[in-house]
Design a protein around this ligand. Structure first.
Ligand code: BGC
Length: 479
């Protein structure tokens, strides 16, 4: 019988969630509007025309959600704070809302009471709307970096006696490219004048990337200076990426796959962990990619994060050449040279279940070697095809999602045991079916089924599976 492989004893298992996707109650207890509140109230933004005004009502049902987490046997929970609940107008010159702080303190205390370790994301896309209105939010380096640092310091001071694990930003690539490139996400800027009244898709995403890197670095610097010693925590960032594999062995396609990784992941991870953009980017983008000043380079170098938060969903093939330079002038496809398509179809066009363990293992290994940091998988999940149209009894038997988790968790285990990759935690996306951004409620990523009419929560098979895995009740090699 093969030896049973296992993850380190201190390994953290949990779920990830995000404030706007679950909380609802957009103006409760003094909360100010976020760009998502504003964006979803414009016409034709979400597939079903719905907003996050209600979502899963978690602002009200939070005790029930924590009880659910407890019943799932998690050791940790990753969730995000809504900036505009804490500072309604967002800026360092404006008022802090004590009711917002009290709400999250109660939430964190309840997690701790239940033996669940809080992993707190400061920013998961819901920028205070006032910052967008007054100075164009992430486009304004001078203002946004200082305001983000002020907000981060407010949170370190308010919650740092209870919280050891901080994540500054969630998926800055998506913030930049979906918010300011395609304009599908808030604040909805792009060059496409049929859809968006303002924006410049060629320029703005790179400015927004740059300013988020700086906001992250200066927030880490503030943590190091004022809070680290007393609070003894750790701080990192959650970066998402596809894993790009060359379409074939042709040298230009091999180079294209590396370039796509540079543009998708390296553009954030290289400055954050190594202090500079990948050289392939400057070559293609020229002046559109801002430069770091010498002082900023110093701050980047001195504020390297403690861990690498990785949000990982899917894999694609890459060929050289293409019309857009967003990924470094490449073409990406799920169909390989032999006509075979990667993995199982999901409910959304941008991802498929590519659970063949090799890519994930390579990915984790390669990233550790490149960035030399412990890894937390801060998101990994699957929207089962057609789940929203299925009757409840069928939807909760989510075999495709179970298969997805089985493949990815197994690959993570291999990477940890066989390749010695330092993976320290895994957060499934996501606890509840919720408001899936521009998809509204039509795409379900949850391991818990939510009936959006009654807000009744019911565990799906995937929640039971992950519970058994984390308790070691299932040996993954059995599959
Ligand atoms: C985001 C989540 C989102 C999930 C599925 C990630 O990009 O962090 O907010 O719901 O992917 O699309």
């Amino acid at each position: 019988m093969p030896a049973i492989k296992s993850l380190p004893e201190s390994f953290q298992w949990g779920y990830a969630t995000a404030s706007y996707q679950i909380e609802g109650s957009p103006d409760a207890d003094g909360k100010g509007p976020s760009i998502w509140d504003t964006h979803t109230h414009k016409p034709n933004i979400t597939i079903d025309g719905l907003t996050g005004d209600t979502a899963t009502e978690s602002y009200k049902l939070w005790r029930e959600d924590i009880a659910l987490l407890k019943s799932y046997g998690v050791t940790a929970h990753r969730f995000s704070l809504s900036w505009s609940r804490i500072i309604p107008e967002g800026s360092r010159h404006s008022r802090v809302n004590q009711a917002g702080i009290d709400y999250y303190r109660n939430y964190i205390q309840e997690l701790l009471k239940n033996g669940i370790r809080p992993y707190v994301t400061l920013y998961h896309w819901d920028l205070p709307d006032a910052l967008d209105k007054s100075y164009e939010g992430w486009l304004n380096k001078e203002e946004i970096v200082q305001d983000f640092v002020y907000y981060a310091e407010t949170c370190f001071a308010a919650f740092g006696d209870l919280v050891r694990d901080w994540i500054t930003l969630n998926e800055p690539w998506c913030v930049a490219n979906l918010g300011y490139g395609t304009g599908v996400n808030a604040p909805g800027r792009s060059s496409d004048r049929k859809r968006c009244p303002t924006g410049d898709s060629k320029k703005e995403p790179w400015i927004v990337i740059h300013n988020q890197i700086l906001a992250h670095a200066y927030a880490v610097e503030a943590y190091n200076k004022t809070f680290r010693e007393a609070q003894g925590g750790q701080i990192g960032v959650s970066l998402d990426s596809f894993w790009f594999i060359p379409y074939d062995d042709e040298p230009e396609n091999v180079a294209a796959a590396q370039r796509a990784m540079d543009f998708r992941l390296g553009l954030l991870a290289d400055p954050i962990y190594k202090g500079a953009y990948p050289s392939s980017m400057k070559k293609i983008l020229g002046d559109r990619l801002p430069d770091f000043t010498p002082e900023e380079v110093e701050v980047l170098r001195a504020s390297s994060s403690d861990f690498f938060g990785l949000n990982t969903y899917t894999t694609m093939f890459v060929k050289d050449g293409g019309v857009s330079d967003v990924l470094g002038v490449v073409t990406n496809t799920f169909t390989g040279k032999d006509g075979g398509v990667i993995g199982r179809e999901s409910h959304v066009g941008w991802m498929r279940d590519s659970f063949a363990s090799l890519p994930t293992t390579l990915r984790l290994t390669a990233w550790t070697q490149r960035y030399q940091k412990p890894i937390f998988v801060t998101e990994n999940g699957f929207p089962a095809k057609g789940e929203n149209d299925k009757p409840f009894e069928e939807a909760i038997k989510d075999a495709d999602r179970v298969a997805y988790f089985r493949g990815y968790v197994n690959a993570m285990l291999d990477a940890s045991v066989e390749d010695g990759v330092d993976v320290r935690g895994y957060f499934a996306w996501t606890l509840l079916d919720n408001f899936e951004w521009a998809d509204g409620y039509t795409t379900r990523f949850g391991c818990t089924y939510v009936d959006f009419k009654t807000q009744k929560r019911t565990p799906k098979d995937s929640a039971i599976f992950l519970n058994d895995v984390s308790f070691g009740l299932i040996s993954l090699q059995a599959f």
